[in-house]
Design a protein around this ligand. Structure first.
Ligand code: SF4
Length: 311
């Protein structure tokens, strides 16, 4: 059942996840499609999130957007400072964005970064943990992660666990997707694109998420505003039809279906890289168990659940 609608208002809207933002000329969703998308969301009683470009939208668009309760996902470099001041989620596209940004302690932040910048960027991430309410770190080149990176990633997260513990000791219960999410969950909490979440793109069509809009030429649209969403084989997006993931306890995993398609060509089959990284995060989260009394994360002897499945 669909619970969330993400409306990408422009072709150049910021990416807040693994996929690259589209480059090229701005193309705003038409006002008619924006109104129709909002009406659809109202009728279906789904929660709406708007994803913005860095330029200021015409006032008419803001008037239409304000007609529904929603959340705003805004790039850190947005020239509309009024929008930035009230954004629910602010996206830092790369480590270089950090130094020039004025942080809001009551906002959630997404840091999109390459693997290598993250592995060498411990102090920058600790700096963010000291300033924000919630931090989601998203790696933009997951496909480059190799087994040789596992130890470095584990060490980085171990060091960042100390930074999180310092925040807690100072009375700031910061949320950090790579370390605290697993501790706060009691079941799988994935992105669920194509199952509980879909996206409306500037072309007036629905997609499993904005990432698939960038691959629109591959035929990933799942319906339009006239006929509504029409997802072929919808079971493929569901956790209960993902044979490995449904038995996994890396509950914080995004289980990104777009990454699955890129790495394995299957919607419901994750790539080795996604599983390894997620399990390093799961295991590093155990270091913070003393901060979460009553929470258990069992010790396990594998990093990729497929190794268990093979046996
Ligand atoms: S770690 Fe791998 S098996 Fe576990 S939920 Fe994520 S993608 Fe699925």
């Amino acid at each position: 059942m669909i619970k969330y609608l993400i409306i990408q208002v422009d072709d150049t809207s910021v990416s807040y996840c693994h996929y690259p933002a589209l480059t090229g000329k701005p193309r705003l969703i038409s006002l008619d499609d924006l109104r129709a998308g909002i009406l659809w969301a109202m009728k279906e009683n789904v929660t709406v999130q708007f994803v913005y470009p860095s330029y200021r939208l015409p006032d008419e668009y803001h008037r239409v957007i304000e007609s529904i309760d929603h959340a705003d996902i805004v790039p850190a470099g947005c020239e509309d400072t009024g929008l930035l001041d009230k954004a629910d989620v602010i996206v830092l596209d790369g480590m270089s964005r950090i130094a020039s940004h004025t942080f809001r302690s009551n906002a959630a932040y997404v840091l999109r970064t390459s693997k290598e910048d993250l592995l060498t960027g411990r102090d920058a991430v600790a700096y963010l943990l000291d300033r924000v309410m919630r931090l989601n770190v998203v790696i933009t080149d997951v496909e480059t992660f190799t087994d040789d990176d596992t130890e470095r990633y584990g060490k980085l997260l171990g060091s960042l666990a100390e930074a999180v513990a310092e925040q807690y000791a100072a009375g700031r219960n910061v949320q950090f997707n790579l370390l605290t999410d697993r501790l706060m969950l009691d079941r799988m909490n994935n992105c669920n694109a194509g199952w509980e979440t879909i996206a409306l793109a500037p072309d007036g069509r629905f997609y499993p998420c904005p990432a698939f809009y960038g691959d629109a030429d591959k035929g990933y649209n799942i319906g339009d505003l006239h006929l509504g969403p029409d997802i072929k084989n919808p079971q493929l997006y569901r956790l209960d039809h993902a044979p490995i993931c449904r038995r996994c306890d890396a509950w914080q995993c995004r289980r990104c279906t777009w990454l699955n398609c890129r790495l394995t060509l299957e919607v419901n089959t994750p790539g080795h890289q996604q599983c390894i990284m997620t399990h390093v995060e799961r295991n590093a989260s155990r270091r913070l168990l003393p901060l979460f009394p009553g929470t258990e994360i069992p010790e396990i002897g594998y990093l990729d659940p497929f190794d268990i499945a093979k046996n």
